[in-house]
Design a protein around this ligand. Sequence first.
Ligand code: MN
Ligand code: MN
Length: 385
Amino acid sequence: MSVAEVGGDEGIEPVRGDEGGSVLGPRNPAVEAQNPDMNVPPVTDSGTVPNLKMSYAQTHARILSGGWAREITVRELPVATEIAGVNMRLNPGGMRELHWHKEGEWAYMIAGSARITLLDAEGRMFVEDVSRGGLWFFPAGMPHSIQGLEDGCEFLLAFDSGSFSENETFLITDLFDHTPKDVLAKNFGVDESEFDALPTDIDHTRYMFAAEVPPPIGSDQALMAGGPPSTGFTFDMDGMTPAKVPGGTVRVVDRNNFPATGISAALLEIEPGAMREIHWHFNDEWQYYLSGRGRMTVFASSGKARTFDYRAGDVGYVPFAMSHYVENTGDETLRMLALFRSPTYRDVSVRQWMAMLPPEIVKQHLNLSDEMIAGLPKAKQSIVR
Ligand code: MN
Ligand code: MN
């Protein structure tokens, strides 16, 4: 019986064979059951490795008339210095206020659809509707908005700094509220009285607000008579043809197929029993679990390793160069996003490395058989079963 099967409402005792002992004190069985590999780690786990797991279920939900937002930043997950993530819901018509920020913004539409607008660095307007499985990238500094369409929407945002906060963006109402009225009048060439009706609820409460569902996109685009529209800030990630491998599929979106992006992404579908093979990257990896269950061991060198369990709605993190695998431990397909603060996706497969080396070098390190070494595939497969 695997560790994952002994959970349930009773929780998990920290007992492994003849070692450990039952819990006598207060306990939270539901949380224990979600973390079997923390409560009974594999014997290969060792040393002190920082926490690499956080769930949106444990974050503060900022609830407003237009929807809600919750974030996992370096404050919620201190190791995650390269990327911060925000999970956001917009009701039908719900508007994420016109704003900008110092970080690049990558997004993946989880459900529903939204209208996005952006003014690019050449002064051209970009307006597009993004539906489930689509993504966008807004380069740092470019002003933008997001609005839920008639079906509303929920999406994941990723920013290229762990210390980003969704609560500290530059908001259009905040700008107007903190500029002298006579300066506004001079700037726009109108009388000060024009600004008498500015919203007074602007102590960051606009941010996300209920609004009318926008008209069909054709009319919005027709309104933009100021010049040719901008292009290239969206990509249909689910719609791309995935690499199919035994045990799952892999979609990679990076500068090679989406030139505007500053964040590279892999969407992995791992079948029950299959596993993202042992590998590492050249940047930190920020993970978001879309469905299913999995476990990951992160090897941190010097005899240190730690295993974590994840499920839909959880966030995982892997610091630069630390090797890891992700094994599907559930009975449905594990879908996950892996994001990197680099425009180009790159990884190293330990299996490919072994396969490409002169066999005698591998043999003298690990005492493996000639047959096993000869049988290693030289092509990187990403997922194995
Ligand atoms: Mn933004
Ligand atoms: Mn990885």
